[in-house]
Design a protein around this ligand. Structure first.
Ligand code: FAD
Ligand code: N01
Length: 539
């Protein structure tokens, strides 16, 4: 073994898994069940990942809970009762705790431990993984299950250190209850997190001021207690619905639209959109017609339908116009599902500050300063999102062959083979990495597919006595070009969003997820495996 800056003796493992969310838990279970020696590393104090960190009031999933859960174990599917159609953060966290207990997973994890550096050792063909606090591990494989939305984006506003009140980020919400009674709360950000937290804050706080830079499209969740008939049907038919999800476009079973939005009458379109709006589904309206994410004019029909609903709900016409999203195509920023979001603005204790009209200048001791006025606040909530998809990976200090940093390999944007593997970084696998459907899908479906594919590859390497496997430069270049090509056939790349990295100053602007669809992507991965891992080289 080569020497390493940290001279502690490395502990040995077959696989190091980083992260204890949906992905890390399943990886540890699957690899350990196959007889491998696995060590999991997690920065948080316990399991849960997203659902451990995002404890803000109102946090919940927007994929139906029966599908936003593991499908790999029939008993697990049948024994767990979800309370709501879209269950809340405490219930999802309780589920992941149940999974950890049921499969005895915690014993394989080191919690409160952050990976700060990982070096591939060319001589031994092993990864040397260093953690904050001085721990070092040596492993044949490094699998990142670090999440696509786990690195909170700091607010790029000056002066926060001066603020005399309390502040928090939705992505790292305090563990204890935050008492907001009688307080004036400010919220910066109106993405999915802001849209979920604002209505609840408005109920509990004396006053809420929302600082909005870009108005978002959000649809009603129509949430409520889970339908027992649906639960029974899905349990009886197991795994039919999960199989349908795996073959679908977004990891949610749905009819494939065959009509263009432009080939039907306005009456028919409105009737279809209304029926879909009333279902309370994330992709309901968007999958009414096949061209809504392909053609600007078609997209406008759906966009205008949603804008009209906002105008109906918000009583003050000027306020409604400020909340109406303009200037980008519906669905090209990740859409949101809400409970009472627009109606919240009819409350007397809620005020919207349009940062497009009065830009944010900075944070003062008293609150938020815009070009127009100072807004005094007791509490300031940043719902400003994440350095998404690549952020958690580039923050890990990963160095491949010849010490090449991942940050250097990706300085113009991520280059991967299948979103799973990076040339020059042998035996490194990235669950839901850039270039895979990941955030454009029901992520549990995508996570299960990656975990199973990666585990099968590692086990096949063991059987065949292969020490290292690595994507070829050509395979990664071709795949990355394919990811761009399919994205460019859609409206997605036209919009600045966290999908493109445009939300983080200085980040290369590249559309990162694979829009080709979950089912198609799975077939491609399966074909690669069947063709003796085409596009990889082994040693
Ligand atoms: P995560 O759950 O993000 O877990 C990654 C873990 O890795 C974290 O706990 C983190 O602490 C740890 N980690 C990262 N870097 C390091 C390091 N260097 N060292 C040690 N540990 C590290 N997706 C959907 O499909 N449907 C939804 O309804 C949905 N709702 C969401 C709601 C919120 C509020 C958010 C933020 C995201 C939501 N997502 C949703 C996306 C969600 O992130 C995924 O569905 C899923 O939970 C990701 O699981 P994961 O295991 O891949 O990553
Ligand atoms: O983050 P976002 P999020 N000054 O990036 C604004 C998942 N999720 O945490 O658009 C002022 O979407 C920014 O404005 P703009 C889901 O995948 C799911 O809400 O950049 N404003 C935007 O309004 C989601 O998409 C759920 O102009 C600033 C907001 O902050 C993803 O996580 C719930 C600013 C950030 O929105 C991320 O969602 C929560 C600044 N300096 C999260 N910086 C579910 O419902 C940023 N903004 C399942």
């Amino acid at each position: 073994m080569t020497t390493h800056p940290n001279d502690a003796t490395p502990a040995e493992a077959d696989v190091v898994v980083v992260g204890a969310g949906f992905a890390g838990l399943y990886l540890v279970h699957r690899l350990r069940s196959a007889g491998l020696d696995v060590v999991g590393i997690e920065a948080g104090s316990d399991v849960g990942g997203t659902w451990y960190w995002n404890r803000y009031p109102g946090a919940r999933c927007d994929i139906p809970s029966m599908l936003y859960s593991y499908s790999f174990d029939e008993d697990l599917v049948k024994e767990w009762d979800w309370p709501e159609k879209y269950s809340a953060q405490p219930d999802i966290l309780a589920y992941l705790n149940h999974v950890a207990d049921r499969f005895d997973l915690r014993r394989s994890f080191r919690f409160d431990t952050r990976v700060r550096r990982a070096d591939f050792d060319d001589h031994t063909g092993r990864w040397i993984v260093a953690t904050e606090g001085g721990g070092v591990l040596s492993a044949r494989h490094l699998v990142t299950a670090v999440g696509a939305l786990s690195k909170s984006k700091p607010p790029e506003v000056p002066g926060l250190e001066r603020f005399a009140g309390r502040w928090m980020h939705t992505g790292a919400w305090p563990q204890e209850d935050v008492d907001l009674a009688g307080k004036h709360v400010g919220v910066i950000g109106t993405g999915s997190s802001g849209i979920q937290v604002i209505p609840i804050l408005a109920e509990g706080a004396a006053k809420v001021t929302v600082f909005q830079r870009t108005a978002n499209f959000t649809l009603p969740a129509k949430n409520g207690p889970i339908d027992p008939a649906l639960v029974e049907r899905m349990r009886e038919d197991y795994p039919a619905e999960h199989v349908a999800a795996r073959r679908s476009l977004f990891g949610i079973p749905a009819e494939r639209p065959t009509k263009s939005a432009l080939e039907v009458s306005e009456e028919e379109r409105t009737a279809t959109f209304t029926e879909r709006w009333n279902r309370g589904e994330l992709i309901g309206v968007l999958s009414s017609y096949y061209d809504l994410l392909l053609d600007r004019a078609a997209n406008e029909t759906a966009g205008e339908f949603v804008r009209d609903r906002i105008r109906e709900i918000v009583e003050d016409p000027a306020l409604a116009e400020a909340l109406v999203p303009q200037g980008y195509a519906f669905g090209t920023k990740r859409p949101c599902l809400d409970t009472n979001y627009y109606a919240t603005y009819n409350r007397p204790n809620v005020r919207l500050v349009n940062l497009r009209e009065t830009p944010l200048v900075g944070i003062t001791e008293a609150g938020v300063q815009t070009e127009a006025e100072e807004h005094p606040l007791d509490v300031l909530v940043f719902a400003t999102g994440f350095d998404a998809i690549t952020g958690p990976l580039t923050a890990m200090g990963i160095h491949g062959r010849d010490g090449v940093p991942l940050t250097e390999a990706w300085k113009h944007g991520p280059v991967t083979y299948l979103g799973l593997s990076v040339p020059q970084f042998p035996n490194l696998f990235t669950v839901t990495g850039p270039g895979s459907p990941s955030v454009l899908s029901n992520m549990v479906v995508s996570i299960e597919q990656h975990v199973e594919w990666i585990s099968d590859l590692i086990l096949s390497m063991r059987e065949r006595g292969v020490a290292t496997i690595e994507a070829t430069e050509v395979a990664a270049k071709d795949w990355t070009a394919h990811v761009q090509e399919v994205a460019e056939a859609t409206l997605y790349p036209e919009t600045d969003s966290w999908f493109t990295g445009a939300n983080v100053p200085g980040k290369p602007k590249v559309f990162m997820p694979y829009v080709g669809g979950v089912g198609r992507y799975r077939r491609i991965c399966d074909d690669v495996a069947a063709a003796d891992y085409r596009g990889f080289v082994t040693r």
